[in-house]
Design a protein around this ligand. Structure first.
Ligand code: UDP
Ligand code: GLC
Length: 377
């Protein structure tokens, strides 16, 4: 069975890391098509995966409203050229597997009236108000017309698809993570209590609320012994870059430059994550899944995350982690941090339950088995 994976961005986000596991498993007779060269295509090659870069798709990566009609028309030219390129490629494969939003559009368009099996792996909340209604309508139309096999990365993502009008069967396959041969962490003598975010810097990931929570802890006696990390960078677009300058200013304004350490994007982030005590994921919109949550649980760390989206399928509140409401995000995070710092029994209870839950439900092995069953079907 030859599989052609289509992947939308050349940046390394969670959707791309999840695809990496899948493509690696099938690498003997498959390839991953990308829209442009970049960090992700390098990563594919490092993993021995055949990587194909389209010639005309680069332009499609940055479609913006400001492009105006003329700009959009120019893009349409690239759209047709890309579809043409893909239709030629597709001939040599049995299954076309589209990962995330942009590649789903392209994949469905390119396989119209071609008799190939198409799988779409949805990793976005398609009911998001930031996605235009027009965009949603085309998405639904293409799916209902082309009739692909649909995989969602959580029940939350599946329900969002149903709510915008998808009537076909939707399989849920949770992401799974493999943690292997970690270099043993060095035992520091007097280590601080480390609270960290491991997310790309973007408005909806909520770094702002993390920083506000740190500010709320400033006058507490426990603060002295705490350290805060922001791991990740503004990856996807200019808006993310603006948000990054905003949070840098915020850190300065609150006089927290000595307390919050910024790492930028880290390649083997799980290795670094070994050193933390608490992982925070304060997304302000529902997270479709949230790989970092599982990674931290596999490392026996306690997670504090917002109570919505796919994360609520991973964490059981006060049993395998802590879920906080989006309304009082900063305050609730700061209170949860204090509780975990002071109540070692509670910390241990959550860390152990979380670890057990992640090992039972969110391993790479389990994910690959589920995907393989769908593909063989
Ligand atoms: N990550 C990374 N380097 C960083 C920050 C994060 O490799 O500097 C990884 C993180 O460990 C996780 C992924 O990026 O595997 C993010 O996935 P998640 O599902 O949490 O969020 P997404 O980016 O997909 O919205
Ligand atoms: C997307 C989502 C994230 C999810 C990842 C992998 O990037 O934002 O929540 O974990 O896909 O499916």
């Amino acid at each position: 069975m030859k599989i052609l994976f289509i992947n939308g961005t050349n940046k390394i986000g969670g959707g791309e890391l999840s695809l990496l596991s899948i493509a690696k498993y099938y690498r003997k007779n498959s390839a991953v098509v990308s829209f442009d060269n970049g960090d992700y295509t390098n990563l594919l090659q490092e993993n021995g995966i055949v990587s194909i870069v389209l010639k005309n798709a680069k332009e499609l990566l940055n479609i913006k409203r400001e492009d105006g009609i003329l700009g959009s028309l120019l893009k349409i030219k690239y759209l047709f050229l890309t579809i043409f390129e893909l239709r030629k490629l597709i001939k040599d494969y049995d299954i076309i597997y589209c990962n995330s939003q942009k590649s789903i559009f392209l994949g469905l368009l390119s396989t119209l009236f071609i008799r190939k099996k198409v799988v779409i792996h949805v990793r976005d909340m398609m009911d998001n108000p930031n996605i235009s209604n027009f965009h949603k309508k085309i998405f639904v139309f293409l799916i209902n017309f082309r009739r692909p096999v649909i995989i969602a990365n959580s029940v939350a993502t599946k329900e969002a698809l149903i709510s915008i009008g998808i009537k076909r069967k939707i399989e849920v396959v949770y992401n799974g993570i493999m943690i292997k041969d970690l270099k043993k962490r060095e035992k520091e003598k007097k280590k601080k209590f480390i609270i960290a975010m491991f997310s790309r810097i973007s408005h909806w990931k909520g770094q702002k609320y993390f920083i506000k929570a740190v500010k709320l802890l400033k006058d507490k006696k426990e603060f002295e012994n705490m350290e805060f990390w922001i791991v990740g960078d503004a990856l996807m677009n200019d808006k993310d870059k603006d948000y990054k300058s905003y949070i840098l200013k915020l850190i300065k304004k609150y006089d927290l430059e000595d307390k919050i350490k910024l790492f930028g994007f880290i390649k083997n982030s799980i290795e670094l994550m070994q050193n933390i005590d608490i992982l925070v994921l304060p997304s302000i919109y529902p997270e479709p899944f949230g790989r970092v949550v599982v990674e931290a649980m596999l490392l026996k760390k306690v997670v504090i995350a917002t109570n919505h989206g796919g994360v609520t399928e991973i964490i059981e509140n006060n049993k395998s982690g802590i879920l906080v409401d989006v309304e009082n995000l900063a305050y609730d995070i700061s209170e949860s941090i204090l509780k975990l710092y002071n109540d070692k029994e509670f910390y241990k209870y959550l860390a152990e339950n979380g670890n057990k839950r992640a090992i039972e439900n969110f391993t790479e092995e389990k994910m690959l088995k589920n995907i393989d069953n769908i593909i063989k079907d």
